[in-house]
Design a protein around this ligand. Structure first.
Ligand code: SAH
Length: 251
């Protein structure tokens, strides 16, 4: 429709410049169209997660709608950004399936202003969804042991606009990260052989820890809630995560 209007200024320029401008215009149109398709795919995915009961609250739905997953997926996997399964992010690791992120963010009962530790930062996507759900007054510290993944996560978070709210730390987070404790929530995105004691100790009173516990192939997602010196454990169901490596994890 407005193609004619868009091309009008090119008609009287030198031919190379016209060709250059035309290509730039088509590319820009392509990027906008791809962006729109991604947005549409994101909306469909969140609708599906809602219908399936993984997303239960408006808060988590809004957070997942706000975070562009395609910015956290390596280019070769980008077309699959909104498929509901884990995707390879290199170094033998994966970005968790969207339904798993939905389950975990719902289970952490996010609210404005929480202080959250994430162990297993991977691509940074899960941390961005948490950051979105706890708002600009909240703070996320996300620990990743594989340096190049941490570097990529920082870049992804920057591109998606979460660099201020998520601090990516590099190192072994298997026993937690005492420096910024106590945390209102701890979310572990890799599988531990047992709940690490130091992690419990880093929880604020009334805070909770989500952690997959079990063998290397199948685990149970546990929620440990602290009330003073008491720690209540709930089993939220079966799950499959890559192993938590390190001092308090699998060797
Ligand atoms: N939440 C991520 C996916 C996590 S995959 C996302 O949204 O993309 C699990 C990650 O845990 C992997 O990147 C792995 O390198 C990391 N990991 C394993 N053991 C760890 C440890 N001890 N400390 C920090 N990260 C660890």
């Amino acid at each position: 429709m407005n193609r004619f209007v868009a091309f009008k200024p090119f008609v009287c320029g030198p031919p190379q410049r016209n060709a250059f401008l035309a290509i730039r215009h088509w590319m820009a149109e392509g990027i906008v169209a791809e962006g729109r398709a991604m947005e549409e795919a994101r909306r469909e995915l969140v609708d599906h997660l809602r219908r399936s009961g993984y997303v239960e609250t408006d808060l988590v739905a809004a957070a997942m709608l706000a975070v562009p997953r395609e910015l956290f997926v390596p280019p070769h996997n980008r077309p699959a950004s909104y498929a509901d399964h884990p995707l390879d992010i290199g170094h033998g690791q994966t970005i968790s399936a969207p339904h798993m992120v939905a389950i975990m963010v719902e289970a952490m009962a996010p609210r404005e202003g929480l202080r959250v530790l994430e162990v297993g930062g991977g691509s940074g996507y899960h941390a961005a969804v948490i950051a979105e759900a706890i708002g600009p007054r909240g703070q996320v510290w996300s620990v990743e042991r594989i340096e190049p993944l941490a570097t990529a996560a920082r870049r992804n978070l920057e591109a998606a606009g979460y660099a201020e709210r998520v601090t990516v730390l590099v190192g072994d987070g298997s026993c937690g990260w005492p420096e910024h404790a106590p945390y209102d929530r701890i979310s572990v995105a890799c599988a531990a052989p047992a709940v690490p004691d130091p992690m419990r100790a880093e929880l604020a009173d009334g805070g909770s820890l989500l952690i997959p516990v079990g063998g290397p192939y199948v685990q149970e997602l546990l929620r440990v809630t602290r009330s003073g010196d008491r720690f209540d454990v709930e089993d939220l169901g079966g799950c499959v995560f890559v192993p938590l490596r390190g001092r308090c994890g699998h060797i």
